[in-house]
Design a protein around this ligand. Structure first.
Ligand code: FES
Length: 291
């Protein structure tokens, strides 16, 4: 009931959040376009986990400490905590913007509301810090810190909506598989050299790529946001997703370029006696250590 009310409230912000989100998207794409390595780093491909979700806990905890120090009348500690909280918020914002670049549809709208609320909170905290440092005023900065914390909490809730309700940066294969993998016949007869081919193995869609005598296979649904890899292209021993250009190594399914932070489920392919093809799943596409 309450969640539905909040969802309606967030969706009502689409009037301004949609055009602002589209503008932000164009700006961020222009900024990160030539800085792909930086975006990859901020997304968390190296970690096998989105960095943004891990970082956001820091400022929330630190900003709570600011209130505690204010209540205990330890202004020096409150100012120091506030300064550190602002720095960690900037770090969280950078990683958030990297993830935000690859959102679309409703996720982009909600992410825009989230980032706007967090930006307002950041400004409120910066004003609070300036007042604490440069003036003798006591009450106003404390009130501003409390307002900032309310805003950060609201922003965190909306950010959770982007992940938990809309599945942004969630592994698309998290619940796909169960049971012991079995060899499954493939519905293809021809796999031409170097061209991605879509094939069905039971209920799963695969993408096949031939390199000489070897036929590589992985799940067709991109772990990042569900893009069709069979519509992508083969580059440097990887298949590149047509949606946000994540790359997965054909040989291993490992993520070689973000925004994905997860590997792709890999399959082994072999000829059947009847001259067709069959496939066996080798892994679940988990986000293990990168190799
Ligand atoms: S769906 Fe985003 S990179 Fe594939």
């Amino acid at each position: 009931m309450l969640a539905r009310f909040f969802t309606r409230l967030i969706d009502a912000q689409g009037v301004w959040a949609r055009p602002l989100g589209d503008l932000n998207h164009r700006l961020l794409t222009a900024v990160f376009g030539p800085l792909r390595f930086l975006k990859d780093f901020l997304n968390g491909r190296w970690l096998g986990h989105p960095v943004h979700g891990a970082l956001t806990d820091l400022p929330i905890g630190i900003f709570l400490l600011v209130i505690v120090f204010d209540v205990l009348a330890i202004p020096g500690a409150a100012s120091t905590a506030l300064f550190i909280g602002i720095l960690t918020t900037l770090g969280a914002a950078l990683t958030g913007y990297a993830d935000y670049t690859d959102t679309d549809g409703r996720a982009r709208v909600v992410a825009t509301v989230h980032s706007t609320v967090m930006t307002v909170a950041l400004v409120v905290y910066i004003v609070s810090l300036i007042l604490r440092t440069n003036s003798g005023v006591q009450t106003v900065p404390i009130v501003l810190s409390i307002i900032g914390f309310v805003l950060v909490s609201v922003g965190a809730y909306i950010g959770g909506e982007v992940v938990y309700s809309l599945g942004n940066m969630v592994n698309r294969h998290a619940w796909r598989f169960s049971g012991t993998p079995k060899w499954q016949p493939l519905d293809v007869t021809d796999v031409p050299e170097g061209v991605p081919v879509k094939a069905k193995a039971g209920a799963q869609s695969l993408v096949l790529v031939r390199e000489g005598e070897t036929v590589h296979a992985m799940h067709d649904v991109c772990a990042h946001a569900g893009g069709p890899l069979s519509e992508g292209r083969v580059v440097d021993g990887c298949i590149e997703c047509p949606w946000h250009a994540s790359r997965f190594e054909l040989r291993t399914g490992h993520r070689k370029r973000g925004p994905t932070t997860h590997d792709q489920p890999l399959y082994e392919v072999r000829r059947t006696e009847a001259g067709g093809w069959e496939a066996l799943r080798l892994n679940g596409g988990s986000a293990g250590p990168q190799s």
